[in-house]
Design a binder for this molecule. Structure first.
Ligand SMILES: [Zn+2]
Length: 70
């Protein structure tokens, strides 16, 4: 568990504040609005990405979200 608990899903990811609305899409993890498309976009919101990094380590790859359960 992390000390910084994510805000409600109704709250958009902070990354949406600095990108065009046309680049905003639902997070692949929690469906929160996030900067998903175009350069600099991520399939996961800030909160899911933080969790993913903690689970996967520093060498996180966006293409391997479905790794075998360990
Ligand atoms: Zn998310």
């Amino acid at each position: 568990m992390t000390s910084a608990f994510p805000p409600p899903i109704s709250e958009p990811d902070p990354s949406t504040f600095t990108c065009s609305s046309s680049m905003v899409g639902p997070c692949s993890g929690c469906q929160r609005s996030t900067h998903k498309y175009s350069s600099g976009g991520l399939p996961l919101c800030h909160w899911c990405m933080t969790t993913a990094r903690e689970n996967w380590g520093a060498g996180v790859r966006f293409t391997s979200t479905r790794t075998q359960a360990s």
